[in-house]
Every structure is written in C-alpha cells, then in structure tokens.
Design a protein around this ligand. Structure first.
Ligand code: BGC
Length: 454
C-alpha cells in the first residue's frame, strides 16, 4: 500500500453541521427520483416505530434556501449533506436524471454564496432499489456502479466542490441493515453480512480514485467509532469485547487507513477480499469520525441486550449495555470523555499512517419542543455540546490532529427506524407545517463558533 502524500484537509478548522438526503429532503418521488431501499423499507408495516416515511420530512428539497439562510445565522463555515444516488441515477445506473443533479447544483451555489464550504457525502445509505434487488452490497458489482455514479456527480460539481466524503458509516449499514435487519434493506444475515462491509469499503476505494482523478482537493470518509469497554477483567468478557471491537471499529478502520483486515475476521469476508485491499487503503486525505458513545461488552448472557436502543438477537457471542451514566432521550449514554479516548485509540493504533481527523458527526436526541414563550430551551443539548467540544479540546491538547467538527444535526429529521420520534436538531422542525425554530443550542453553538473563529 502506498501512503498518500498529506494534503491540507482544511486550511481553516471546519465548524459545521451535518444532515443526510433521505433524512431531510422529502420529495421522494419528485423530478424523476427513483426508489431507494429506504422508500421500500418504510413501506413495509412495522419497520418504522411511528409508521412514518421520508416522503415529506423537512421538505428540504423545496426549502433548502431557508435552511442555507439558517446556516448563515449559525455561522458555520462548512456543511455536510448527502447526495441521493437515486435522485441522480434513478435506477442506480444510467441514464442521468439532470433534474436531480440540478438540485445539488443549486444547493452548492447557495452554500458558496453564504460562505459555507459544501462537504457532500456521496452515499448515506439510500441505495437505489434496483441495485438492491440485484443483490445490493452483499454483491461486488455495486462497488463499481457506485464509482460510476461518483464520476457523474464529480463531473457536475467538482468545479465548485473541493472536499468530499465517499460513504457514511459502513458499519451501521452492514450491522443494522444486513446483519440485524433493523435498517433498510432489512436483511438478517447475521455474520454472513460481512461481505457487505467489504463491498462498501471497496466502493469507497474506487470512489476515492474517481474523485482524485476528477482533481478534487480532499477525500474523506465518515466512519462511526465507539470505544469498547470490557464488562470485567474476566477472560470471557475481555475476549468478547475484543471480538466486538474488531467488528465495530477495526474491520473498517484497518482497511481504510492501512489497507489490511484484522486476521481473525478474514474467514468471514468474501474469498479474495484481501486482493482488493490495495484498492481500499491509503486513499484518505482526512478521516471522519462519527462519535456518539462507548459500548460496554461482555460474554454472552441469557436475555435480550440493548445497544443504542436496539435489541440484539439471542445467539450472539457477546452482550452489550451501559448503565450508570446519563442517557439521552434515545437512551444513548452520554460519555464525552469517550470521544477523547476514541481519538487517542486511533492515533495509538495507526501512528503516522493516520490522516488528519475530522469529527463528521456528534450530537444527541432530546425531545424538547417550543414552550409557552415559543422558544426551545434544550439545555441538555447545550450541556452535551459543551462537554463533547471540551473532550475534543482535550484530544487536541494531547496532540491529536483534528481539522473539523460537524454537529449532528442542523434540523430535527427522519431518524431512520425511529421515524420522527428522535430529535437531533439544533433547529426544531414542526413536521406538520415545516416550520423551523432555532433551539437555544443553536444560539449556544453560534456563540461558540464565533468565539472559536475569533
Ligand atoms: C447516522 C445518522 C443518524 C445519526 C443518529 C448516524 O448513525 O449517520 O444518519 O441520524 O447517527 O442516529
């Protein structure tokens, strides 16, 4: 594997906020957009907790100018959004839907006019349904189709968009979408889901090459990471935690950063997977970390386990939970120091091979809505952000090279299997009317950015 020459990830620290297409755009059958796995999944009874879909959501497709204006007020200098593959290529492959590309063209121009750097993610889980029908990410071909789509998008936008993210959270799509079936496409392949991880990583590598060939300045990824805490010092617990850690963190990061796979997981990957590693590793100009919380893991115990609100099936070789810490309204542990720990673990593992880091997601779900004064006093989100930004500072003070922070999320939005029950936004959205109300955390973050940028 050849190590890429370091490029400047961001000349100025990115103070940003993040969203994704299916979660905010709505307009799912407008102007030629094709169906995605999430449209199909939402239509299946019982899949989404509140029975909702992303059909309207925040209606960002129509209200994007209002949302860009909000970003102007917030004072962010970067915005992470995603491009919907089925909007650009309705069947996943040609022909191109120009109307779909036109939307992102307008969005990019609006962002640039507002002084906000666009940082698009090319794939945030909305696989075109025809490609899923042909096997989806469990097959290899889709990685090449993804690179073809990236060529199309880059040809239209790379003259103005210089910083790109290939894929969002290959871990979640593999584990939640293909192994456990709680996200689209709803497959329950358990350990047989791991080929999806490999093909997503291959898709990343091929897409990164396409972007670099198009002359873009920087390519990143958005990978979720959680420090794994063994439940005890007993070997049964530390062994279970070590396996979980490989699956959760290092399967993905080793391939992306070093172009290798953890030896112990090779039997679960497709035959010949290691031959693809030279096409996966070493392509990143910066490494994006999505951080929410650590996970405590021990040997399997009878009874259902909950991880981040998801019930794990029986029969897994580990159990996971965390108690004794504050929880968000989603039931996710609030552990800011886990962010410092995770960043340090990445540095310890990869040393000089690790590109500069960017926090591509961090945020919390609290249900606060407008009070009698019409304002949203989300003090718990302010505490959360203050503490996590403090944890980020601690990592930077310890020498970790971090180039940006994107708060998840700009808007309350469609939170996947939870529907609209979880609110991660700095801006409250009334989903009946589309009305946006900046929360108190919006003002706090704006102030923080102003102070940090001097
Ligand atoms: C995803 C987002 C999601 C957020 C909160 C991340 O896993 O990238 O799409 O909304 O976490 O669950």
């Amino acid at each position: 594997m050849t190590k890429r020459a370091p490029r400047s990830a961001a000349s100025e620290f990115w103070w940003g906020t993040a969203t994704s297409a299916y979660q905010i755009e709505g307009a799912t059958s407008v102007n030629g957009r094709g169906p995605s796995t999430w449209d199909t999944f939402c239509a299946e009874p019982g899949r989404i907790a509140d029975g909702s879909t992303g059909e309207v959501s925040c209606d960002h497709y129509r209200r994007y100018a209002e949302d860009v204006a909000l970003m102007g007020e917030l004072g962010v200098n970067a915005y992470r959004f995603s491009i919907a593959w089925p909007r650009v290529l309705p069947t996943g492959v040609g022909p191109v839907n120009d109307a779909g590309l036109d939307f992102y063209d307008r969005l990019v121009d609006a962002l640039l006019a507002a002084g906000v750097t666009p940082v698009p993610t090319l794939f945030h889980w909305d696989t075109p349904q025809p490609l899923e029908d042909a096997g989806g990410w469990l097959g290899r071909d889709i990685a090449h189709r993804f690179a073809d789509y990236v060529d199309v998008v880059a040809a239209r936008l790379a003259d103005r968009v210089h910083d790109w993210i290939t894929i969002n959270e290959p871990r979640e799509l593999t584990m939640l979408g293909y192994a456990l079936g709680v996200h689209a496409p709803g497959r329950t392949a358990m350990f047989d889901a791991l080929p999806a991880a490999h093909h997503l990583l291959l898709g990343h590598g091929l897409a990164a090459d396409a972007l670099h060939a198009a002359g873009v300045a920087t390519v990143g990824v958005a990978a979720s990471h959680a420090p794994v805490w063994p439940a005890s010092d007993e070997p049964a617990d530390t062994d279970a935690a070590a396996l979980f850690d490989l699956l959760d963190n290092w399967l993905f990061a080793d391939a992306l950063v070093r172009g290798s796979y953890p030896e112990d997981l090779l039997p679960l990957l497709p035959p010949g997977a290691t031959d693809d590693l030279p096409s996966i590793g070493g392509r990143l100009d910066w490494y994006g970390v999505n951080y929410y919380n650590p996970i405590r893991v021990g040997a399997a115990v009878a009874g259902a386990d909950q991880v981040d609100g998801i019930t794990l099936p029986e029969g897994l070789p580990f159990s996971a939970d965390i108690t004794g810490v504050p929880m968000t309204d989603f039931g996710w542990p609030v552990v800011p120091e886990g962010l410092t720990q995770m960043l340090r673990l990445l540095v310890e593992r990869y040393g000089d091979d690790l590109p500069p880091l960017v926090i591509t997601e961090n945020g919390c779900s609290y249900a606060d809505g407008p009070g009698p004064d019409g304002r949203v006093h989300d003090v718990r989100r302010i505490d959360y952000l203050r503490d996590h930004l403090g944890a980020l500072d601690a990592a930077v003070s310890a020498g970790v090279d971090v180039r940006g922070y994107f708060c998840w999320s700009l808007l309350d939005n469609f939170e996947w299997a939870e529907g609209y029950r979880q609110r991660f936004g700095l801006v409250h959205v009334d989903f009946a009317t589309g009305t946006r109300t900046p929360k108190d955390s919006f003002g706090w973050y704006a102030e923080h950015i102003r102070a940090a940028r001097g």
